[in-house]
Write a protein that binds this ligand. Structure first.
Ligand SMILES: C[S@@+](CC[C@H](N)C(=O)[O-])C[C@H]1O[C@@H](n2cnc3c(N)ncnc32)[C@H](O)[C@@H]1O
Length: 191
């Protein structure tokens, strides 16, 4: 699958991205991921490594996967490993990855069904897949979806239960869906 340049706007904002988006509660993410030092984690659509750097700092072996070369350049400047790939076609073996994280990226995936299938394929049985996304059921997320549409960003937001159902359809098991402010966190596993 060719990595097309529909990620051009990320190439453009990569140098400023971390300053604009700030940080998030990594302790809570680690708890949801059930990640321990030494565990292997893929941060899919991980961009500049904004989130991954904090997980790597506590000893989680974190690899950022992203199609945007400029975002990955910022990742590598943080001395984190980066792999240029799409969620829809991951260069990893089946059942091989114990921890997978997706923060604010799922709505950017062009083929969400294919991505869900691929993410479940690579997830190790007993592993964790954690997705953080704006929750389309909240007014704030609805505004973000409208603004991104107006900016021609080709994003596609779906509500968390619908998103979880996509993954469950490919063999994942839903652990929890929790929403705080405008963001939902969906935690899945695979048996
Ligand atoms: C809003 S940024 C989020 C970056 C990072 N997760 C964070 O929270 O800082 C979305 C990222 O998704 C990436 N992306 C877009 N389409 C993708 C796809 N099909 N597969 C994987 N990543 C994708 C973009 O290049 C971009 O870096």
């Amino acid at each position: 699958m060719k990595i097309r340049n529909r990620h051009g706007h990320f190439d453009f904002i990569a140098p400023f991205y971390d300053r604009v988006f700030g940080s998030m509660r990594h302790d809570l993410l680690l708890r949801s991921l059930d990640a321990q030092p030494g565990d292997l984690l893929l941060d899919i659509g991980g961009g500049t490594g904004r989130v991954a750097q904090h997980l790597a700092a506590v000893g989680v072996t974190t690899i950022v996967v992203d199609p945007s070369s400029a975002m990955l350049r910022a990742t590598r400047e943080k001395r984190l490993p980066g792999v240029r790939a799409l969620a829809e076609q991951l260069p990893f073996a089946a059942d091989s990855i114990p921890r997978i994280l997706i923060v604010d990226a799922f709505h950017h995936f062009a083929r969400q069904q294919l991505a869900a299938k691929e993410l479940v394929r690579v997830l190790k049985p007993g592993g964790r897949l954690v997705i953080n996304e704006p929750d389309l059921r909240t007014p704030g997320a609805k505004v973000i979806a409208i603004l991104e549409k107006a900016a021609l960003m080709q994003t596609h937001f779906i509500a968390p239960p619908e998103m979880a159902a996509l993954f469950v359809g490919f063999g994942a098991k839903l652990i929890t869906i929790a929403t705080e402010n405008i963001n939902a966190q969906i935690v899945l596993t695979k048996s």
